[in-house]
Design a protein around this ligand. Sequence first.
Ligand code: 13P
Ligand code: SF4
Length: 302
Amino acid sequence: MNDRAALLAEIAELKTRHHAVILCHNYQPAEIFPVADYIGDSLELARKAAETDSELIVFCGVRFMAETAKLLSPRARVILPAPAAGCQMADMVSAEALRARREELGDVAAVAYVNTTAAVKAESDICCTSANAVRVVESLPPDRPVLFVPDRNLARWVAHESGRAIIPWEGFCYVHALFTVADVARARREHPGVPVACHPECPLEVLEAADHVASTGGMYRLAREHAELVLGTEVGMCDRIRFDFPENRCWPLRRTAVCRNMKLTTLELVRDALASRVEEVTVPEPVAGRARAAIERMLAAS
Ligand code: 13P
Ligand code: SF4
């Protein structure tokens, strides 16, 4: 048995021994996909965490996702194999800053993108993901202004789709904010006739130039219908599609669109997480109860 095969066998044995489930985000390094029980977008992974009766969740992704899993599966031990894997956009809003802005604005509904800390979720009325943001905002009373944190691009997309007045926070994702309409035009020249799908964290003019706007789970579903795709999102999404659809052809809108934190996970770290079961992700009360309520409202609305 070579080193990699031995590592995969060790992970499988530890997973069985500890009744663990491995949840994996679509942007994770391709070497993680074969050990995952489920690979998906933020909403799909939150739902899987809520459903599981496993005692141990090894979450291959970034911290806000592991925190969401912990909130929805409070009895399980949740481990993030790469504890330093954060999300720069989630760090662009703090609970204190959100509270202060709410006081300044008066009666607003605060909608927190799931890419936030549990403390920020606890200060919000409801959460959303890229897959359900429009539906979540449309579920709110129409006469109450919406304060949307932290992604200004997703906020603009939701305002565009729902016709609702939205006050955006000035946060952004450094991976998606850099895409331009010129990138879409170049992709169309290089790959004529191939549909372009962009993530709603991209600027509005890029989304308007694309053929589809989709969460990473939505992009995966598009790959069932289209054998060729150009994807305006993190480059790893093309590896994700090739993993299940090896015949498909997929091009990233930009090859440099890399989320460094998503790439911190390795198979060795997954093995170590299963073996040691330390570095547990915890969310203290009363933040946990209030953050969970905002996530549960989202799940009920979508
Ligand atoms: P998805 O929920 O679409 O997977 O997006 C998560 C994310 O962090 C995108 O940058
Ligand atoms: Fe955060 Fe952007 Fe990375 Fe998604 S791609 S986890 S929004 S930094």
